[in-house]
Each structure stands twice: as C-alpha cells, then as structure tokens.
Design a protein around this ligand. Sequence first.
Ligand code: NAD
Ligand code: DAU
Length: 331
Amino acid sequence: MKLLVTGGAGFIGSNFVHYVIERTDHEVTVLDKLTYAGNLASLEGLPDDRFRFVKGDIADAALVDGLVADADAVVHYAAESHNDNSLADPRPFLDTNIIGTYTLIEAARRHGTRFHHISTDEVYGDLELDDPARFTEQTPYNPSSPYSSTKAGSDLLVRAWVRSFGLQATISNCSNNYGPYQHVEKFIPRQITNVLRGERPKLYGRGENVRDWIHANDHSSAVLTILEKGRIGETYLIGADGEKNNKDVVELILTELGQPADAYDLVVDRPGHDLRYAIDSTKLRTELGWSPQYADFAAGLADTIAWYRDNEGWWAPQKDATEARYKAQGQ
Ligand code: NAD
Ligand code: DAU
C-alpha cells in the first residue's frame, strides 16, 4: 500500500513511520507542517525508495487533494497536541485539529481513500481516582480542554462523514504515550531532561493525577492492526493497562537517575486538569487479536531515560524555550 501519514515528523507519527517501514512493504509519504513539534531528525535513516517527505499544512486543500489522490490509505496523526499550549492559545488547535481534519476527509471521500483517524482518550473527559470503571467505546464524549474538545470535534466529523458520505474510515483513541523522540514540553521528557540538566522535576498540583501509559511502539502496532483488519466505521480504544499517578512516575525517574525520590517541586496546577484516564481495550484485543509488547513500564521508562541521556543533541535545541514558557506560567 501507499500510505499518506500526516504529522509523521512528530513523536508518535515518526514512530509509526519507522515501525511500518521496518515491518511491511508499504510505501510512506509524510505530510507535515514542521511546527515547533515536528523534527526531521526523527525521520532519519529511512530508505529513499519507500519514503518521501512533503512539507505542508493539512488545511491546504489543493496540496492535500493531490497527495490523497495518490495514496491507498491516509493515517492521520497531525495535530496540535499539547493541553497546556491549548490553554494559552486555542486558535491553532481549531485550525489544525478541526479544519485540517475536515480538509483531509473531504479529499478522502472525493477519492474513495481509506482513512484512519488518530485520536485520544481525552475526548471522554476524566474519571474519579476510585472509580472502578474505565473508558470504553461506549463512554459519552465529555472533553475538558481546548485541545481535547478539538480532538472530540474531529472524531465527530469523521463519524459524520462515514455515515453521510460513506467515508471508509476507522478511529482509534489511545492513552498517554511514552518513549524516545517525544517533545520536551510533555510530562515524562520534561522531567527526565530537567534531572539530566540538574533541575528539579515539576509536578502540577499534588501529583495525584493518573495517566494510563503505553509505549509508542505498542500504539504503532495497534494502528497498523486496525488499518489492516479494522471494520469500517468502527472506533477502537488503545491502551496497555498502564495506570500510574504522576508522583510515582517522577519518583521512578529520579531513582533511575540516582537522585533522592523526593527531589521534585510541586507547582501551579493546570486549569481544568483531568484527574484520571483509564482505557479498556478489550474490543481491540478480542476482535482484532492485538496485544501490547511493553508490559513492564519501569523497564520501558528506563530505556526512554537512557535514550534522552544519549541524545541530548535531539532535545537540547527545544529545552530553553520550553522551560521559559513554563516559567512564565509559574510551572
Ligand atoms: P506531536 O505534537 O509530537 O506531533 C504533531 C505533528 O503534527 C508535528 O510533527 C507537527 O509538525 C505536525 N503538525 C501540526 N500541525 C500541522 C498541520 N497543520 N499540518 C501538517 N502537520 C502538522 O504529537 P504526538 O504526541 O505525536 O501526537 C500525534 C497524534 O496522536 C495527535 O493526533 C494526538 O492527538 C494523538 N495522540 C497523542 C497521544 C500522546 O500521548 N502524545 C496519545 C493519544 C493520541
Ligand atoms: O491521554 C492522551 C493525551 O496524553 C494526548 O491526547 C495528548 O496529546 C498528550 O499530550 C497527553 O496529554 P496529557 O495532558 O495527559 O500529557 P502531559 O504530558 O501534558 O501531562 C501528563 C500529566 O502530567 C498530566 O497530568 C499533567 C502532568 N504534568 C505535566 C507537565 C508537562 C506535570 O505534573 N508536570 C509537567 O511539567
């Protein structure tokens, strides 16, 4: 297949591109605007005969139409992805997550192209810490932030295009990803690179919020499974049973890097901060036979820490500006 991967220079998109090139015969074209979050260094080492890169905006209808016409399937990762940025300036989230997705699905329906939409568990809102329930495909949408509300909006557009226009689409909603090549604005890379630089990790609020962690490679294997075997019109939740509270994650990072486990700062909380996410991925596992390979979070985290220690050249150019933005917010 010829795949068009949007947002393929970002954290999870670039992981998927490497994953697909290594394990299949598919050809990949990446369409990416190279915002602050895109990095061509994450796509190094790919073969010229099966990979090409196009710099551009998913909201550019003429560019998108030509690329979608030439593809057998679109895998749509491109997004403004960071909650804190969406609180500071929501507009780019509307432009990319809503108008960009609209532009892509219009092209996909014109050309009858298979479409897979990458979304997030955040569309479901949050859960209480002691709630035995987890998110399922039936959980009502209840997003909290400008980021998650635009992702929810994009999911609803895809669903409407399936029903009204017969768009050949599937949707996946995944939990929090970790692994190499994640931007230093995000929680785990921020804390690792803080400690590597002799700074203290910064926990929002009391550090009690819970995220359901999955290694990015497991997200990629799930997306490839859905692309190959998923039923058109269906939504699949992706998760690896990795619930941890933020304080426990920071303590693991500090310990792995030889620091006292309590050498962190509590800082101003995120407005509207979702308390807990938790994914029930039974449908994906039973219907499509998928299962995650990274069962040991502490081991995956240790590998991720080692990658950041060995690849300062990849993350250092972003670190000062990112920390300056957080400092201005008291975080
Ligand atoms: P990221 O911010 O690391 O990468 C986003 C990529 O999209 C960047 O390369 C950026 O340049 C590109 N991009 C942004 N606007 C664009 C535009 N208008 N046109 C073309 N390219 C554009 O994001 P990520 O963490 O890799 O997330 C990728 C996708 O996965 C997003 O859709 C996100 O909602 C979803 N997701 C992320 C997570 C997570 O934990 N990071 C979990 C579940 C779902
Ligand atoms: O659940 C999937 C989502 O996970 C994706 O849709 C988003 O694109 C992705 O960014 C992520 O969203 P979160 O808001 O959960 O991730 P973030 O890395 O920003 O924060 C994780 C948790 O850590 C959250 O509870 C906020 C907290 N946090 C974050 C930062 C940056 C801190 O305590 N300190 C920090 O410095």
